[in-house]
Every structure is written in structure tokens, then in C-alpha cells.
Design a binder for this molecule. Structure first.
Ligand SMILES: [Fe+2]
Length: 459
């Protein structure tokens, strides 16, 4: 499969049709995990019920490419409105979607269509989208949606990103509301895996390029443009992500009981919600357990801890360190004395030996199991096995312009409340693994597959 359909000699139709079909097959497989009686449930209160997403994915693609991009008529205006816009992983994380009537959000079953109706709508949307990808004019210089085939890439990446949202939502469902896939291999017994010894890696001062100029890659979201350069001072950074073993030291030391490690707003949350440990951890008897996608297992000490930004920053402060900035992450991941790389490991296309991404696993793997994916400096797992929190507030690069195919994608979140995450998780599609890709969440959103590592400036 090509990395990304190239635009140099026109859009490669076979590549985009293939990508769309692969996306749809994966989404179907993800929805197949859900038991029928969970279809109208709402595993995370700030998200829509599951039914929404089965209509939203093909609905967004139809609306963006076929209706807005090509100016063709509706399939079903009522369903298109209903499925128009949810709360994305990259969207608001404290407000229910305003695009859907509030009573239905409280009572998920009322007002939502039957699954057959959703699937019939999805089938028609798919047929029209695939027809357009196969035959329509997809690239028109100067056209707001079709310049550089923006609408095509938007719909492809939108679906890939949602697949990760779906999986972390599914993660919160009771096990008896999920069907374990036949190929799933139980992870119990991994609690005893070797915990890598943490080391500090020195990274010299240098430049980090954030973002990329529009037109110099086949596609980037608006928040990735334009390129800007940051001068980064020397630092030392953890070779490995913070593991469950390390994080347990913070928990055991009473980290969740001492205000001094937390930002005031985060401490308020800890107290109000009585947060005492990472959401993925559960206490049974005398020991911690990990809530995996399909089973509860004794806490795998070597796996990266998944926590909110609030918890990550508190841990870092307790350790006398801090989270990396977005620029420091970029320097650690992509910098080298010979210039910046496309991936931490260099220019090779991402494969399973470089890290845990592209749906290769339902849960993380032990930290440090992919040394071939290490950066020039020897920092490991920067891309894969969990997104990584940075201390950088999500904001536009100078010269930012919202994109025509999805103008609210980033602009709605430049509110000073969201923090940039970089890298990738096990549920991040390979197509999204580019150095400029940015993800963002609120500080106290604990559901995502996100870990962190610590950094210091004194060497
Ligand atoms: Fe969406």
C-alpha cells in the first residue's frame, strides 16, 4: 500500500478507493465487537451513544465530499443532520454536542433511528462516496474543498481518527457487552514482564520544525500549517515512557493526596471526583489490575501508564521534572545532527517492528519492546504504544488558516484548555504517523490511550 496517495501526477484513484474501503472494513470490524444490546448505550457520558458513530462516519464522508465538495443532492436531510457532527476525540471534551437535541443525550434510545435504518443510510452514503472517488473530479486548483483534493483526504483521515475514538469508548464498556475477536490472545500473565530500567538521554540544543507548509506534503490538517521553527535548549529526557510500575510509586507515596503536585484546577478535580489512581487501574483484593479491552489482568508493570494530562504533570512535578513541550518532543523524536527525520527511526515506512500502532494490538505492549523504533538519540516508543502528553497548550502556528472542508476541526479548540499530544497509540492508523500530526485533549480527560515521559533541563 502506498504511504499516502501522491498528488504529483494527479490523485491515485485506486489508492484512495482502497484506503476508503479499508477504512470501512475496519470500522465494520470495530462495530462488530459491540454486543447488540450496547448499540444505544453511551460508554462515555461526554460522547454520543454508539449508534451516532455508525451513521456519522459515512455521513461525514458523504456530506464533505459528495454534498459540499461536488454539490450533489442529499440522501436523507434528517439523517444527515442527525449524524452531522459528534464530539470528536479532537473536539470539545466537556460539553455534550450541541448539534443533537439534549433530551436524546439523556435518554439515548429516544429519537435515534433503528440499526437497520442507520445501515441503509450508511450503505447509500458509501456507494455514493465510492462512486465519487472512482469517477468524479476530485482535484480542482483554487476550489475551496477540492484544491489538492482536500475533501478526499479529510474524509479518509477523519474516519481513521474516529476508529481510535471508538476503541477507547469500547474500552469503557463492560466485558459482557463486547464480543472478543477470535484472533485475540489473552494478555493475562504479562504482569511479571521485565520493567525496563529508566534512563536519561541527553539531547543537545538544536532546532525543531513544527508544522509543515501547505503543499509540501500531500495532506495535512489546518493546525499543521504552516511550518515554523523552534530553537530548543539542551535537555535530558526519559528513554522510556513512564510505566505502571513507576506510576505506582507516585500512587503509593500519596501523590493523589497532596495538593502541591497538582495545578490548582487539577487538584480541584482530584478532590471533587475523588480520583485516587489512573482510570485504567482497578483495585481488587490487595492488588491493582488493568482494565484491558477484553479482560481484567493483574497490573502489567512494564506497560506504559495511561493517564490524563493532570496526572502526568503531577507525577512529573513529584519527580522534580516536567513534561516536554511540543518542540522538545519534536527534537527528541525527529532531530538528528544530520537534520530532521520523517520518523524517529529514520525514513523507512512504519512497520510493526518500529512500534505499537496501526491497530496491531488492543492494549499496549511493555515499554522498550521496540528498540528499532528508537530516535537518533535513543529515546524509545515516541511514536506508538500510547500518545504522549506535552506541556504545550494547543494553539495555531503563526499564519494558521482554517480548512474549507472542515473549518471547525481545529479552530473550535484554540481555547487555552487543550494540550497537545504527539506520537501514536496502538489504535492510531499508520496513515496518521507523520511528524506534524497533532492531537489534543483537555487536561482532565482520562479515557484516551495517552502516556508520557519526563524531561529536565539540567544535565
Ligand atoms: Fe467526526
Amino acid at each position: 500500500m502506498p504511504e499516502s496517495p501522491t498528488l504529483s501526477a494527479g490523485l491515485d484513484r485506486d489508492a484512495v478507493v482502497g484506503w476508503y474501503r479499508r477504512n470501512r472494513e475496519r470500522s465494520r470490524a470495530i462495530f462488530d465487537v459491540i454486543a447488540d444490546d450496547a448499540y444505544y448505550s453511551q460508554p462515555i457520558a461526554l460522547r454520543h451513544p454508539i449508534v451516532f458513530y455508525e451513521g456519522h462516519l459515512p455521513g461525514f464522508s458523504f456530506n464533505t465530499l459528495v454534498k459540499k465538495g461536488l454539490g450533489r443532492p442529499s440522501i436523507d436531510p434528517r439523517l444527515e443532520t442527525l449524524f452531522a457532527r459528534g464530539i470528536d476525540p479532537h473536539e470539545s471534551h466537556t460539553q455534550p454536542a450541541m448539534s443533537f437535541p439534549q433530551p436524546a443525550a439523556r435518554n439515548p434510545q429516544s429519537g435515534w433511528p433503528s440499526r437497520d435504518a442507520v445501515r441503509a443510510f450508511a450503505a447509500e452514503a458509501d456507494q455514493q462516496v465510492i462512486g465519487a472517488l472512482e469517477r468524479a473530479t476530485l482535484e480542482k486548483p483554487g476550489d475551496p474543498l477540492l484544491d489538492r483534493a482536500e475533501a478526499v483526504f479529510s474524509i479518509l483521515e477523519h474516519e481513521a481518527m474516529h476508529q481510535e475514538t471508538l476503541l477507547y469508548m469500547w474500552h469503557r464498556l463492560p466485558f459482557d457487552q463486547k464480543r472478543t475477536p477470535a484472533a485475540y490472545r489473552p494478555r493475562a500473565g504479562e504482569a511479571d514482564g521485565r520493567v525496563p530500567s529508566q534512563e536519561s538521554v541527553d539531547v543537545p540544543a538544536g532546532r525543531a520544525t513544527l508544522g509543515v507548509d501547505r503543499g509540501s506534503i500531500p495532506f495535512g490538517w489546518d493546525n499543521e500549517h504552516p511550518a515554523c521553527v523552534a530553537e530548543v535548549a539542551a535537555f535530558t529526557i526519559d528513554r522510556h515512557d513512564v510505566t505502571n510500575a513507576s506510576f505506582a510509586e507516585f500512587v503509593d507515596a500519596g501523590g493523589y493526596r497532596e495538593a502541591r503536585w497538582w495545578r490548582p484546577e487539577d487538584w480541584q478535580w482530584v478532590q471533587a471526583e475523588r480520583v485516587t489512581h489512573p482510570l485504567f487501574w482497578e483495585r481488587y483484593g490487595s492488588g491493582w489490575h488493568w482494565r484491558g479491552m477484553f479482560e481484567l489482568i493483574p497490573l502489567p508493570l512494564a506497560w506504559p501508564v495511561y493517564v490524563s494530562h493532570a496526572e502526568a504533570s503531577a507525577f512529573a512535578r513529584w519527580r522534580g521534572a516536567r513534561l516536554p513541550t511540543e518542540a522538545e518532543f519534536a527534537r527528541a523524536a525527529f532531530g538528528s545532527p544530520a537534520g530532521e527525520r520523517s520518523h524517529p527511526w529514520g525514513e523507512d515506512h512504519p512497520t510493526a517492528e518500529h512500534g505499537v500502532f496501526d491497530f496491531s494490538s488492543w492494549d499496549p505492549k511493555p515499554a522498550g519492546s521496540h528498540p528499532k523504533g528508537g530516535s537518533f538519540w535513543g529515546v524509545e516508543d515516541l511514536v506508538g504504544n500510547g500518545w504522549e502528553w506535552t506541556s504545550t497548550v494547543f494553539a495555531p502556528f503563526p499564519g494558521f488558516q482554517p480548512m474549507a472542508s472542515y473549518p471547525e476541526y481545529s479552530a473550535d479548540f484554540f481555547d487555552g484548555e487543550h494540550f497537545v499530544m504527539k506520537g501514536a497509540s496502538p489504535a492510531t492508523a499508520r496513515e496518521l504517523l507523520r511528524p506534524t500530526f497533532r492531537n489534543w485533549f483537555r487536561a482532565r480527560y482520562p479515557y484516551v490511550y495517552t502516556t508520557f515521559r519526563c524531561l529536565k533541563n539540567d544535565r
